[in-house]
Design a protein around this ligand. Structure first.
Ligand SMILES: [Zn+2]
Ligand SMILES: [Zn+2]
Ligand SMILES: [Zn+2]
Length: 273
């Protein structure tokens, strides 16, 4: 059972980053988006922080994680969910140790699918549940393999298996205080069984890479079609490339559905309002 969180409990998502694996701007790219003066066209690698009452759930920790924490003022991380083992989603994970320290050396649970967790153990073999006897400063993590729905931080989390190339990949549905969101940053195909887990959402956060097709990510047309099929009250698109400016994408999406918009770094969406 979760603790009492009160009638005004926070349930929000803060977009730490909304870019594809390269980040935007790309290194040494002179395109319109990479040179844009609009801060919404700067896209760190995709990750998010979900506030659940006074606690926080981290969704992925890519190479920009430390900079994101500093830029957006991340004050705590009580648990993490890792969608899949691609560099742009896990290579900042070591910096989570700062939150162990700030939270009295509390062990932080990290949830992911079994293959993803096996990969995390390979990439970070020194991560442990216990403090190091020689005083080495390393993350204190309880790796927890998940398949079906489970409870964490007073919320119900449901892994959402999706097709994203040949790597095990999950989105996640989060139900808290009668509201719900789903976060799927890397997707090419959403199986029927997963779509069936996505009913009645207040917010859908969905991959939209670029206008043209891609073998492991959703193009504009495919993302819009899935978002319509899911029918969430609001949809925000993430994991964006440098192909379209925020302003242009915003106009294109608004022409499809009034409830569709691109996310951008630093955007916070409150679900309790
Ligand atoms: Zn990615
Ligand atoms: Zn560019
Ligand atoms: Zn990926």
């Amino acid at each position: 059972m979760g603790e009492a969180v009160g009638v005004s409990a926070t349930f929000s998502i803060l977009f730490l980053g909304t870019g594809t694996s390269t980040g935007v701007p790309l290194i040494w790219c002179g395109c319109e988006v990479c040179r844009s003066a609009d801060p919404r066209d700067g896209r760190w690698r995709s990750a998010a922080l979900v506030s659940l009452g006074d606690r926080a759930l981290l969704l992925d920790a890519g190479p920009d994680f430390r900079a994101q924490c500093l830029r957006w003022g991340v004050a705590r991380v009580d648990a993490a969910f890792i969608t899949h083992l691609h560099a742009d989603h896990v290579f900042g994970f070591d910096d989570i140790r700062r939150f162990n320290t700030m939270q009295g050396n509390a062990v932080i649970p990290c949830y992911a699918g079994p293959e993803t967790l096996a990969g995390m153990r390979r990439v970070f073999p020194y991560i442990s549940r216990r403090r190091d006897a020689q005083g080495l400063y390393r993350p204190l993590i309880d790796f927890v393999a998940v398949g079906g729905a489970f409870e964490a931080l007073g919320a119900r989390l449901t892994p959402l298996p999706v097709v994203h190339g040949d790597v095990e990949t999950n989105g996640v549905r989060i139900d808290f205080g009668g509201r719900s969101l789903a976060y799927l940053p890397d997707v090419h195909e959403i199986p029927e069984g997963t779509l069936a887990l996505m009913g009645g959402l207040d917010l859908l956060v969905l991959n939209l890479l670029r206008p043209r097709e891609h073998p492991t990510h959703l193009s504009f047309a495919r993302a819009v079609a899935y978002a319509r099929a899911v029918g969430a009250r609001r949809t925000r698109f993430t994991h964006l490339s440098h192909d379209v400016t925020h302003a242009r994408l915003e106009a294109l999406l608004a022409a499809e559905e009034a409830s569709f918009a691109p996310a951008y770094d630093g955007l916070r969406v409150d679900l309790v309002k």
